[in-house]
Design a protein around this ligand. Structure first.
Ligand code: DQA
Length: 184
């Protein structure tokens, strides 16, 4: 139920991403707050393929928290910090590229868990390379303790920082890092 409202709210806010966002399974909305930090534009929180199934997907690796719960955690944390967030998820590389491009003008910072695209996507690398805002790559699991194909990320060289292996807490830590950067 909440998701429907969320979808509508976002559709009026985000311009170009709106069309790409339609088939997306889990979405967020900007959380409006008083803005004690003075950060007006939202921090984009992008999640890539299969993360819509968090909670059900390999819980021994990713835990039992759903994506919608993670988005609520981040949104609530953002609210206490006086910033807005816009949470988006897609299983499609092009959607993520479009949202990253949109973030160039619409976002004050960007958190991204590109999921499997971390290890394959030059398109996401190239889109992130054009950003001039603080960006944090998040992985819930410690990819370096896992299969070798997860050890390389095309994304890490074009973001401000990387958080991996700290579970879903990584998302709020990433937000804190972005706020600290924007307010320093
Ligand atoms: C992940 C790690 C990736 O290797 C994997 O493909 C994911 C999730 C993580 O959050 O730990 O889908 O990004």
């Amino acid at each position: 139920m909440a998701r429907k409202a969320v979808t509508k709210a976002k559709a009026t806010k985000t311009g170009p991403a709106t069309k790409a966002a339609k088939p997306v399974l889990s979405k967020g909305k900007p959380v409006l707050s008083k803005g004690k930090t003075g950060i007006v534009k939202p921090v984009y929180v992008l999640n890539g393929p299969n993360l819509n199934l968090l909670g059900l997907r390999e819980p021994e690796i990713y835990g039992s928290t759903s994506l919608s719960d993670i988005e609520k955690l981040v949104a609530n944390h953002a609210k206490t910090q006086g910033v807005n967030v816009l949470c988006l998820q897609s299983n499609h590389e092009g959607d993520l590229v479009t949202w990253i491009q949109e973030a160039r003008t619409m976002a004050s910072g960007l958190i991204i868990n590109p999921a499997a695209y971390s290890h394959t996507s030059i398109a996401i690398h190239d889109a992130l390379a054009m950003l001039d805002i603080p960006t944090v790559e998040v992985h819930i699991s410690n990819v370096h303790k896992r299969e070798e194909f997860r050890h390389y990320s095309y994304v890490s060289s074009v973001v401000s920082g990387v958080i991996c292996g700290l579970g879903v807490k990584g998302y709020t830590l990433a937000l804190d890092a972005i706020i600290a950067d924007l307010t320093k």
